[in-house]
Design a protein around this ligand. Structure first.
Ligand code: FAD
Length: 315
């Protein structure tokens, strides 16, 4: 089932989750453990993030340096297939511009379609730390809007090459939105201009970057509506777990943490997980009161805290 149909047909609150593929070297048991922990809470769908390759440097004993380019977390498509077909839970496969050619994206869409996955989140990704050699006859998507455009074409049966037996692929496409503005954008207005473009090119819903202050989400939704963006805007939240995150969340995601949360966490660092759970429960309460389409949890494969948050809302 598509994300948009889950939203339109919902009878009560929906909860969805984002997981990341386990690091290279781990096994599928990691996925089984995560999904088994989430199943009792009836996920409306599960997102699986995508990762481009990075360059890693290894200094050998003789002083020479070896450069290897690989994905630390491969497996997005396979994991979507497992969750979709073994657990019968709808999945959203993330696909990126950065690090992938349009041809690779087309192949990924075909594979996801064969696996019964009906949802894609189209995101740009962040800068590569190496220069990917792109063959002269290959092309790339620069922005997420280009990716959405490619997906809309394939939904009409328009592949990169004209194929006589081509059939349209049927996907619901979502895109990312930033209540606190994307860090590269000079202004929120400019960011919303490009967000609207993604919707005009075919995105059916927006998934937000995490936020810890619901007012930022409500203001963002109002600003989107004022710009004429009418698709559902799904709030994404994360549960604070460690003292380190007081620094790493703002620096990695370019968002603010509310003073009240920071002060309480610094006063009682040993109780941060409990503080994080209580804060997230308050956020969920406020969001459900506002009848949001779904509450999405960024769990980074850590199911312990989210289970504690959500059991208050799902018996
Ligand atoms: P875009 O929509 O392309 O926007 C990027 C920036 O360019 C913005 O500042 C925008 O205003 C500007 N812009 C857009 N179009 C144009 C244009 N035509 N001309 C000039 N400027 C333009 N990263 C991963 O690597 N893997 C994931 O699985 C992943 N999942 C994510 C899920 C969510 C819900 C979110 C919020 C982020 C996710 N990210 C992921 C991170 C994401 O890749 C980064 O935030 C990235 O910097 C921007 O991606 P985007 O799709 O929003 O980019």
């Amino acid at each position: 089932m598509k994300v948009i149909d889950h939203i339109n047909n919902r009878k009560g609150p929906l909860f969805s989750f984002e997981i990341v593929p386990p690091p290279r070297g781990r096994t599928v048991q990691d996925i089984f453990d995560i999904i088994n922990a989430l199943v009792p809470f009836k996920p409306s769908w599960i997102d699986v993030t995508a990762h481009s390759a990075s360059a890693y440097y290894n200094e050998r004993a003789d002083g020479t340096v070896q450069r290897r380019i690989y994905k630390k977390r491969p497996g997005t498509i396979g994991i979507c297939g497992i969750i979709q077909n073994r657990f019968n839970i709808d999945t959203v496969g993330h696909l990126l511009c950065n690090g992938f050619t349009k041809e690779e994206t087309e192949d990924a869409l075909i594979e996801l379609n064969f696996l019964g996955v009906q949802n894609i989140l189209a995101v740009r990704g962040d800068g590569l730390n190496y220069k990917k050699n792109i063959a002269k006859d290959r092309s790339v998507n620069l922005y997420a809007s280009d990716l959405v455009s490619q997906m809309s074409s394939i939904k009409r049966g328009l592949y990169l090459d004209e194929l006589s037996l081509a059939r349209p692929l049927n996907f619901c496409v979502g895109v990312a939105g930033y209540p606190e503005k994307h860090f590269e954008s000079p202004s929120l207005k400019q960011d919303l201009f490009y967000l609207k473009k993604k919707v005009e090119l075919g995105a059916e819903y927006i998934m937000t970057q995490m936020f810890f202050d619901n007012q930022k989400y409500f203001d963002f939704v109002a600003a989107c509506r004022a710009e004429g963006i009418t698709v559902p805007i799904i709030p994404g939240i994360k549960i604070l777990k460690t003292k380190n995150q007081l620094q790493s969340i703002p620096s990695n995601f370019y968002i603010d943490l509310p003073d009240e949360l920071v002060e309480e966490a610094l006063k009682n660092p040993e109780h941060i997980p409990a503080i994080g759970i209580r804060w997230a429960q308050q956020q969920v309460e406020g969001l459900l009161k506002a009848d949001v389409p779904d509450v999405h949890f960024y769990i980074m494969n850590d199911t312990e805290l989210v289970v504690d948050v959500i059991k208050k809302f799902r018996q």
